[in-house]
Design a protein. Structure first.
Length: 302
């Protein structure tokens, strides 16, 4: 049984933070400004060093710096859930231990990428992490990035064996997965949408919140959507969802986080710089993104 206060803290909007760069280095002032904007908008959580944060291209020292800044700036105002996944189990364990030592509230652990382990291999991987740290753990299933999906039965087996495995970020793009996970895991286990465009459908069938890319750019709007649904105002939630639909679609016109960084740069918040092998948006993608952003702003930001 998950503690009710922890479950409350894990509901709502968690922002999968981008890592701003300038001239090849982490842009600390820009990152701090981004966090301040998120906190002012009322997000429930911050997720540094995830896929959106280009964790795969950060050095160990850089990853620790990003986590340290997020913890210091959150100051208890938001749940800090650091990404600590790896395709090597021993590295995932060491990352989890370091994140715990840096003071995070919990960790997000992605399925191992490239290896394509069996469900037994996935269980052993996540079990090793859970044996190593005692803080809340959220599983992360994103088969489009990793080539493997966490079966609902495997998630349930992990949750039963380790009470501090408390949630899952589901980014498989299928609404039926939420029903399958809810059936397997019960009502207390936390489920986050990992697909911004599916947040409202996922909430409607049993999700508790979203780990969002779009909230880097539009935190107030994503928070408003989740709060409207939580209050039972389905009409308002649908209105916000429909207003955001085109913008969110264009935030994934190319590989994340290239479009959202480009959009944030347009607003002056950060540089659009990404690390190789990512590349700047192609001209046709940039044109489409800018058109959707302009239309959204003309509509009065909902």
């Amino acid at each position: 049984m998950i503690d009710s206060e922890l479950r409350r803290r894990l509901a709502g909007v968690f922002t999968a933070l981008v890592t701003p760069f300038r001239n090849g280095a982490i842009d600390v002032p820009a990152f701090e400004g981004l966090i301040a904007t998120q906190l002012a908008a009322g997000v429930a959580g911050l997720v540094p060093v995830g896929t959106t944060g280009e964790a795969a291209t950060l050095s160990e020292a850089e990853a620790e710096e990003v986590i340290r800044i997020a913890v210091a700036k959150a100051k208890g105002r938001a749940f800090v859930m650091a990404g600590t996944g790896s395709n090597a189990t021993n590295l995932a364990v060491s990352k989890a231990k370091r994140a715990r030592a840096l003071g995070v509230d919990g960790i997000l652990v992605v399925t191992p990428y490239y290896n394509k382990p069996s469900q037994d291999g996935l269980f052993a991987h996540f079990a090793a992490v859970a044996d190593a740290v005692d803080i809340p753990i959220m599983l992360y299933s994103v088969p489009g990035r990793t080539g493997v999906e966490i079966a609902p039965a495997t998630a349930a087996r992990l949750a039963q064996a380790y009470p501090h495995i408390v949630g899952i970020k589901e980014a498989g793009g299928k609404t039926e997965r939420i029903t399958e996970l809810r059936r397997a895991l019960g009502e207390d286990f936390v489920i986050h949408s990992g697909d911004d465009g599916l947040t409202l459908p996922f909430l409607a069938v049993g999700a508790d919140g979203v780990t969002s890319v779009a909230s880097n750019l539009l935190p107030r709007e994503i928070v408003a959507l989740c709060r409207a649904w939580a209050k039972g105002d389905a009409r308002e939630a649908r209105r916000i969802h429909q207003g955001l639909f085109d913008v969110i679609g264009h935030l994934f016109i190319e590989s994340n986080p290239v479009p959202v960084k480009t959009a944030l740069a347009r607003s002056g918040a950060i540089s659009a710089e990404v690390r190789a092998p990512l590349a700047p948006l192609r001209p046709e993608s940039l044109k489409a993104l800018e058109a959707s952003l302009a239309a959204f702003e003309i509509s009065g930001n909902l």
